[in-house]
Design a protein around this ligand. Structure first.
Ligand code: GLN
Length: 453
């Protein structure tokens, strides 16, 4: 099959199913077919790499040259990116084909894809339920076979939680592994890009192409990129798996617990040993995150002022009116809530009480993990506390929504890698198993994930 044929197949499926699912904000037919033709030429000239000609979907948070990059906000509805994010550039160079830009929570703030300016995304497993968020469009597109692989970003769980709710393999790499250049910033010290795939093997191929040092991102780490596919089949004999007791207690749906526990048991038959561990500061993660993330987002989003790009209010009276109305009209409720919390936390006199305190808690959370990794190779637990929930179920209660990320947020605060893999079903809805690794241990995570499948 040629890349053009493959690309047409997915474009047709998108045009057929997207009106119902709303997984894509933009479909880039023309760009896709141009890239597919170029890929076919490379294939014929035998200058192709392993990913050449494979279509993919990008979360609409990655700047894509000449294509609207909205971050699912009215604020950027008319923004055409003038350059490519490093992730997009690298995958283009690998010969991949961009099918379009996927829906998401506005500026990646949410866990259900319900905060998008373009409307909610349906979960293909049950269209009355959410696909998770914030990378909900990528997850739904994958689950409905509208794309064979997709990119996502994860600030507090946004790759792993939608992967769990849509039965995918989603990896959040170590902070610094993948360049953030051209990825619209939410909370810069937590944001990481990663693959959302049908298997650990597919995720490994995408990791090979996405990872690496980038001098345009000051937090990018200069460290060799291993071949993530080379160790997928390594034996798990002697692997020690840590089970944090805090991940199996309050807040976890008992049926999800059962499914995750039986998935973990399976690893014993593959030669692994299970060990109960403790991450005593787990309960600090959500309050810490909801100081750090809003504080950073309030600063990052200050660039959306209606002056240089994005939404601009009509007929402003003066500069203040331009700022106030452009931002008032351009941002949705959740984004405004975060900006207000963050601005408050950073304001003079409160910094020590909130932001500084949160940084100290962050260190405690990180130290818990480092101590645990003295005794175990990987940590396992649930990805999300429950399977996909219904639309509207948590929208009136921000705290209930925030608790959705109970088991994912701590790894972002620590900067560690984590992967969610399909673990089974509860009432016909997918449930994910989360595997957390030490810094830069993505190859081992993918190996452990691959051996399960
Ligand atoms: N759900 C979390 C939030 O709303 C995490 C989002 C993310 O990882 N981008 O902030």
């Amino acid at each position: 099959i040629s890349s053009v044929e493959l690309t047409r197949h997915f474009l047709d499926r998108i045009h057929q199913h997207n009106p119902d699912l709303n997984a894509f904000i933009s479909v880039t037919d023309e760009l896709a077919l141009t890239q597919a033709k170029a890929a076919d030429e490379r294939l014929q000239a035998k200058t192709a790499g392993p990913l050449t000609g494979i279509p993919l979907a990008h979360k609409d948070i990655f700047c894509t040259k000449g294509v609207r990059t909205s971050c699912a906000s009215k604020m950027l509805d008319s923004f055409i990116a003038p350059y490519n994010a490093t992730v997009v550039e690298k995958l283009n160079d690998a010969g991949m084909v961009t099918l379009g830009k996927t829906n998401m929570d506005e500026f990646a703030m949410g866990s259900s894809n319900e905060t998008s300016f373009y409307g909610p995304v349906k979960n293909p497993w049950d269209t009355e339920r959410v696909p998770g968020g914030s990378s909900g469009g990528s997850a739904a597109a994958m689950a409905a076979r509208l794309a064979p692989i997709a990119t996502g970003t994860d600030t507090g769980g946004s790759i792993r939680q939608p992967s769990s709710l849509c039965n995918l393999t989603g990896l959040k790499p170590t902070y610094g592994r993948i360049s953030r250049y051209g990825m619209i910033a939410f909370a810069s010290s937590l944001d990481q890009a990663g693959p959302m795939a049908n298997s650990a093997e597919d995720a490994a191929w995408l990791m090979n192409a996405m990872s690496g040092f980038d001098e345009r991102d000051s937090t990018s780490v200069d460290r060799d990129v291993p071949d993530y596919t080379a160790t997928l089949n390594d034996s798990l004999n002697g692997l020690t798996i840590g089970l944090p007791k805090e991940y199996f207690g309050a807040g976890l749906d008992p049926q999800v617990a059962q499914t995750v526990e039986s998935a973990i048991k399976h690893y014993e038959s593959l030669g692994a040993t299970l060990k109960e561990i403790t991450l005593p500061n787990t309960s600090l993660a959500i309050p810490t995150y909801y100081v750090v993330a809003p504080a950073e987002c309030s600063s990052n989003l200050s660039r959306m002022d209606g002056v240089r790009f994005g939404h601009r209010a009509e007929d402003p009276k003066d500069l203040m009116d331009l700022y106030t109305r452009s931002r008032g009209e351009g941002f949705g409720d959740e984004v405004k809530r975060r900006i207000m919390i963050g601005t408050y936390a950073l304001s003079a006199g409160y910094y020590d009480a909130y932001y500084l305190k949160a940084q100290q808690c962050r260190r405690l959370i990180r130290d818990d993990f480092l101590k645990a990794f003295e005794d175990v190779d990987v940590i396992m637990g649930p990805t999300a506390p429950s399977p996909a929930f219904r639309f509207g179920e948590k929208t009136d209660d921000p705290v209930a929504m925030y608790l959705e990320d109970l088991f994912t947020i701590n790894t972002n605060l620590a900067g560690l890698p984590g992967v969610s893999i399909p673990a089974g079903f509860v009432n016909d809805l997918p449930v994910g198993l989360q595997i957390i690794g030490n810094y830069f241990d993505e190859a081992r995570l993918l190996n452990v994930a691959h051996r399960y499948q």
